[in-house]
Design a binder for this molecule. Structure first.
Ligand code: HEM
Ligand SMILES: *[C@@H]1O[C@H](CO)[C@@H](O)[C@H](O)[C@H]1NC(C)=O
Ligand SMILES: *[C@@H]1O[C@H](CO)[C@@H](O)[C@H](O)[C@H]1NC(C)=O
Length: 251
């Protein structure tokens, strides 16, 4: 009995400690003038100091440490994505081997129409979180409805895939110059796969709404809600596999 109580106390201590943000990687909203991107995943890394909080002059080494330190992506797993930004000549830093987060916003390179939380460039801003666009996505995700059975607290691949398809259909309807290339259209399921994979609860097999919400709305890694990076490093193959599952959902 005594031992059980002791164990329970230890466990709650341990659980409590998971809720703390790692020292030096506390969440801080960007200062005015900081560079941010259309990517909630990279912005969150900057908001926690895994990437420079300024969002500026990011080189490959810094990038590798950030995706590994923040989300436990294998350090080299996204080198080719870093290099995409280099090869598209997106940089404005004056150094061809570094870029600022804002540089990623140039339309039709990596940035595409029909994003989940950003508006299309046609409407003037493809970089900043857009409340109206996200409200639509959040509704499809049932993001703010946690009532009823425990499963209502999670986003499944099926629900995420349908929310993505609905958002792209809506963008195509309202944007007369919706001009995603075939390549970009395949990028959209990939971004859904990225947030699912990164915010995945491996014990449950779905993404907790309580994690996805601050990830998009505050660009915050949800340590306070119990997030911990996975023990096994994520590979790009995992992104591809999750993308296949997203694409396979009949919408
Ligand atoms: C580290 C893990 C990453 C995660 C979890 C992540 C997550 C995401 C998500 C969820 C979106 C969709 C946002 C939306 O539709 O509103 C997105 C978009 C984007 N990401 Fe990332 N990302 C990651 C890495 C990267 C990398 C390495 C790059 C480039 C170097 C990048 C560049 C972009 C860009 C440019 C967009 C905008 C695409 C669009 O217009 O919808 N991301 N990312
Ligand atoms: C980027 O710049 C290099 C050197 O100026 C050039 O050779 C290359 O074609 C450019 N790439 C793109 C995608 O514009
Ligand atoms: C796509 O549309 C945007 C405006 O929404 C425009 O600035 C851009 O030039 C278009 N790109 C192509 C390839 O037509």
């Amino acid at each position: 009995m005594k031992l059980n109580l002791f164990n329970a106390a230890l466990m709650s201590l341990a659980t409590g400690s998971y809720a703390w943000e790692p020292r030096g990687h506390e969440y801080r909203a960007p200062l005015p003038g900081a560079s941010r991107s259309p990517c909630p995943g990279l912005n969150a890394l900057a908001n926690h100091g895994y990437l420079p909080r300024s969002g500026e002059n990011i080189d490959l080494k810094t990038f590798q440490n950030a995706i590994s330190g923040g989300y436990n992506f294998e350090p080299n797993s996204m080198d080719f994505v870093f290099e995409l930004a280099v090869n598209f000549n997106l940089t404005t830093t004056g150094n061809p081997n570094t870029w600022n987060l804002f540089d990623l916003a140039r339309h039709d390179e990596i940035e595409i129409d029909g994003s989940l939380s950003r508006n299309d460039i046609y409407f003037g801003d493809d970089v900043h979180f857009d409340h109206n666009v996200w409200a639509q996505t959040a509704k499809h995700l049932g993001l703010n409805d946690n009532r009823g059975p425990a499963k209502n607290r999670y986003i499944t691949i099926e629900v995420a895939a349908k929310a993505r398809a609905a958002r792209v259909a809506e963008a195509m309807r309202v944007n007369p110059s919706f001009n995603n290339s075939a390549n970009a259209m395949s990028g959209s399921p990939g971004t859904t796969a990225l947030y699912l994979l990164t915010m995945w609860d491996y014990k449950v097999g779905a993404a907790p709404k309580a994690w996805v919400k601050p990830f998009f709305e505050e660009e915050r890694i949800p340590y306070r809600e119990g997030y911990r990076k996975p023990e096994v490093p994520l590979l790009f193959k995992d992104v591809e596999d999750m993308t296949q599952k997203v694409v396979a959902v009949k919408v």
